[in-house]
Design a binder for this molecule. Structure first.
Ligand code: NDP
Length: 510
């Protein structure tokens, strides 16, 4: 890391201004620094030119031979061609999963199922670098996040649910836990491997088999996971992976021989799926969008809160359903907190996802970048004040500057709609009652954050938050033992912990 001449560029940040990475000095002023590149090597990933569907333990072409391309959003370059599942392929995958559930997996003793799950967890750890690099290439997320968050947490979910596989009698005392059967699982592009593990690990632990549809922009880590299933000698057909367009997700969810549907993604598609399975006896869990309030009281340790705010909204480019996208700050400390936040934003490094220094990588797709750009413009048009730190964006790829809005009104679109990008909207409050009122004034109810020194205030605020997860003096912390899910338009059902296991069993009397 080499300091640049101090007089070359100490200045107040302006939107869109070009500048290297920098250390904040106060009032948005920054001394820029050049970071030496620290690229993670790509050669650990042996990308194939073409990937098939994974059905019955084998790579198969789609029934009409069609493929689609997965690209690297940081370079816009193609990575691989992927088989595109048809309705006939979905039918084949569901029938294969049903056979595997009846003949092999459903009747296997729990301790035998556990061995496979432990094996998968261990292989994920052994191949963690390969997964991290591939995930960052396909999704655009910074390598330090895929390496330190996504992949370790994915393995942790398999470890955790492996532990439950032979203990279902203890998880549900006095009841007999039976598997539901075949689970259709549809996952998004923001945490591809992690969402796969949230869904596959509890399903398998409880004796179900699965057909999983990854998002079209991020199919590669799921297809590498297919290789892990083979390496673990998982019986063929227990896990099936069928990439394809959104419509094929609906074909899968509404297939008559599917017993359980688990979906993570937008509220709009979640509602469509709910309509699609209405009137059937399919079990359904929906993990949808969010517009979380991160509430900072005047007694909070401000520097710590700033780190939590940054982690809450700029982690994974803000493409996080539980992102702390609404900052609610007590009026008396608003100016001081915003100054500190601007300083901190000046140090955020945006760029190559595979560079170990990068804090904010590429936006996942062109359409997501367009959505973020449109919503940010609406914030400007509706009268909010925008701040973006100076930073160089790569010339190619889908990148967006970390963005902070102040003077935001509850009625602004940027305060109501899920942006799913590195964009923070700031509102103020005077009293705890007003904070509660504003925090809960949203169609969503997935998560919230509270920053205060007072334990009693934490307890009182937590009980008044209409959100599935409330973090106190931290944000975006995950653990496989802890349930996660929402209220209202954020969906229903819980993933993680024993609640996540419950979603994959039918409880019968002894
Ligand atoms: P979607 O909800 O469209 O995508 C999520 C998953 O659902 C993908 O696998 C997608 O497949 C699939 N899908 C799409 N259409 C259908 C359908 N009709 N029936 C069944 N499955 C379907 O999210 P987007 O990718 O369009 O993102 C749009 C917005 O959704 C984002 O801007 C963000 O606000 C929100 N979102 C929320 C997420 C969360 O974690 N809560 C995750 C992702 C997005 P395919 O990729 O092939 O389209």
């Amino acid at each position: 890391m080499q300091p640049m001449a101090a007089d070359s560029d100490t200045r107040v940040a302006k939107t869109g201004e070009r500048a290297p990475n920098s250390w904040g000095l106060g009032d948005g002023q920054a001394i820029p620094w050049e970071y030496a590149p620290a690229p993670e090597a790509r050669d650990i990933v042996a990308l194939k030119e073409r990937y098939g569907l994974f059905i019955g333990g084998r790579d198969v072409a789609s029934s009409d031979g069609k493929t689609f391309t997965s690209i690297d959003p940081s370079t816009e370059q193609p990575l691989a061609e992927i088989a595109r599942a048809t309705p006939a392929d979905i039918d084949k995958a569901v029938r294969t999963a049903r056979r595997a559930q009846r003949r092999a997996w459903g009747s296997l003793p729990g301790k035998e199922r556990a061995k496979y799950l432990f094996r998968i967890a261990r292989i994920l750890q052994e191949r963690s670098r390969e997964f991290a690099v591939l995930e960052s290439m396909d999704s655009g997320k910074p390598i330090k996040e895929s390496r330190d968050v996504d992949v370790p947490l994915a393995a942790a979910h398999f470890w955790y649910y492996a532990g439950w596989a032979d203990k279902l009698d203890y998880a549900f005392p006095g009841r007999v836990a039976k598997p539901l059967g075949v689970a259709a699982q549809i996952i998004p592009w923001n945490f591809p491997l992690l969402m796969l593990s949230w869904k596959i690990a509890p399903a398998l632990a409880a004796g179900n088999t699965v057909v999983l549809k990854p998002a079209s922009t991020t199919p590669l880590s799921a297809l590498l996971f297919a290789d892990v299933c083979r390496q673990a000698d998982l019986p063929p057909g227990v896990v099936n992976i069928t990439p394809g367009p959104g419509e094929i997700g609906m074909v899968l969810a509404t297939h008559p021989d599917v017993d359980k549907v688990a979906f993570t993604g937008s509220t709009e598609i979640g509602k469509k799926i709910q309509r699609g399975v209405a009137g059937t006896d399919k079990a359904l869990t929906l993990e949808l969008g969010g517009k979380a309030a991160n509430i900072v009281f005047d007694d909070a340790p401000l520097d710590q809160a700033v780190e939590g705010i940054v982690n809450g909204i700029y982690f994974n480019q803000g493409e996080v359903c539980c992102a702390g996208s609404r900052l609610l700050v007590q009026e008396s400390i608003a100016d001081a907190l915003i100054d500190k936040l601007k300083d901190r934003l000046a140090t955020i490094r945006v760029g190559d996802p595979l560079d170990k220094n990068t804090d904010v990588g590429a936006i996942n797709s062109k359409s997501q970048l367009e959505k973020i750009t449109e919503l940010v413009q609406s914030g400007v048009d509706e009268g909010a004040e925008i701040y973006q730190p100076p930073c160089d964006l790569p010339e190619r790829g889908y990148f967006f500057r970390p963005t902070l809005f102040t003077n935001v009104a509850q009625s602004h679109r940027i305060a109501r709609e899920e942006i799913f990008g590195p964009v923070l909207s700031t509102l103020t409050f005077r009293t705890p009652d007003e904070a509660v009122e504003k925090a809960n004034n949203t169609a969503y109810g997935l998560s919230a954050g509270i920053w205060t020194e007072k334990g009693s205030r934490i307890l009182s605020m937590v009980s008044r938050m209409r959100a599935g997860v409330v973090w106190a003096n931290t944000f975006n912390r995950f653990d496989p033992t802890s349930p996660f899910g929402g209220y209202k338009e954020s969906g229903f059902g819980r993933e993680g912990g024993m609640h996540g296991l419950h979603a994959y069993v039918r409880l019968e009397d002894r």
